[in-house]
Design a protein around this ligand. Structure first.
Ligand code: AHM
Ligand code: MG
Length: 334
């Protein structure tokens, strides 16, 4: 049962028995994410103070400039997750290939794989706008005792056992699900503890916010164009409000609290969509569904898509159920 004034550590321990694989390992895994997020948070907050902002001069596999904090966050999450004998492999948006983890003595006995976008929306750092971390956890499908393999990572979103995000915003929050609802915890920076601040988070069924990069409008599929026009029509609750931060975690977080829809459709610039199925869309879809929302590529439930490669991209429509269904209706009919 969720209680206010409960720390994340207490909540994880109290709720670990409601998780269907009750070995305590998942709790330890969430604890390590909580710790790494605190370290990254500290660094993100210093971004304006120290000479850490700006590109590191490296380009990730997606051909995008990496920011220094991307590199830092990537290292911190990987280090923290590697040390604890829980995770057998990590795939990161910032790494070309997955990382195999095996300590000398445990002979590939770890059960979980983690997929992570260590610092999403990092182009916002230089201008002091919120960024986030997104993570997704699966049980491996290959036998214990063997090295982790690609198929352990290429699982459908519906097989996720946990997912969450951290938003480094006006306050820092960690929001996660283990398939039993969604809870949000706010970091008290003076003490360094996260407190349960948003128990049982739910998307309102309907909303009046739409979030999309309208600069790409001319390239959008007809169904999306017509849905955007529908959002702008003067009828009933409409026109809706347009809000786009350009930081998925922040746009999602606002929409979950206030009711809204986020869209990143395909366009000629991003013919398959921009967002990554494994690091961004699946974890957000799991959280959305656990919070009574919906996530789709316009036609198919995100979590039903069979992944074929680690860095795969998909169109993404996510948010309040009725709004996503309306957008899907426009996609089907156009
Ligand atoms: P990133 O992982 O390189 O940071 O890209 C993902 C981000 C999302 O957070 C955000 O919603 C989207 O890219 C914004 O893209 P655009 O600037 O094309 O609107
Ligand atoms: Mg990202």
């Amino acid at each position: 049962m969720s209680k206010r004034n409960q720390t994340l550590g207490e909540f994880i321990i109290e709720n670990q028995t409601s998780f269907k694989y009750t070995s305590g390992e998942l709790s330890r895994l969430l604890n390590s994410i909580r710790l790494a997020a605190k370290v990254v948070n500290h660094e993100v907050n210093k971004a304006g103070l120290v000479d850490i902002i700006g590109a590191a001069g490296d380009t990730n596999i997606q051909g995008e400039d990496q920011q220094k904090l991307d590199v830092y966050a990537n290292e911190k999450f990987i280090q923290t997750l590697t040390k604890r004998n829980i995770v057998c492999g990590i795939a990161s948006e910032e790494e070309d290939d997955f990382i195999t983890i095996n300590s000398q003595d445990e002979n590939h006995q770890n059960k979980y794989v983690v997929l992570i976008d260590p610092l999403d929306g990092s182009s916002n750092i230089d201008v002091n706008v919120s960024v986030g971390t997104i993570f997704s956890v699966y049980r491996r499908v290959t036998p214990l005792g063997t090295p982790v393999s690609l198929e352990d990572f290429l699982q459908k979103g519906s097989a996720q056992v946990a997912a969450g995000y951290v938003v480094y915003g006006t306050s820092t929050m960690l929001v996660y699900t283990t398939g039993d609802g969604v809870n949000g915890f706010t970091l008290n920076p003076a003490i360094g503890s996260y407190y349960l601040s948003h128990p049982n988070m739910q998307f309102p069924e309907d909303g009046n916010i739409y979030s999309v990069n309208e600069g790409n409008y001319l390239d959008f599929p007809l169904g999306i164009k017509k849905y955007i026009k529908y959002c702008q029509e003067d009828e009933g609750e409409r026109p809706y409000t347009s809000r786009y931060i350009g930081s998925l975690v922040s746009d999602f977080h606002r929409n979950m609290i206030k009711g809204g829809i986020y869209m990143y459709p395909k366009s000629s610039k991003n013919p398959k969509g921009k967002l990554r199925l494994l690091y961004e869309c699946n974890p957000m879809a799991f959280i959305a569904e656990q919070a009574n929302g919906k996530a789709s590529d316009g036609y198919t439930r995100i979590m039903d898509i069979e992944p074929t490669e680690l860095h795969e991209r998909v169109p993404f429509i996510c948010g309040s159920k009725n709004m996503v269904e309306k957008a899907e209706e426009f996609m089907r009919n156009n």
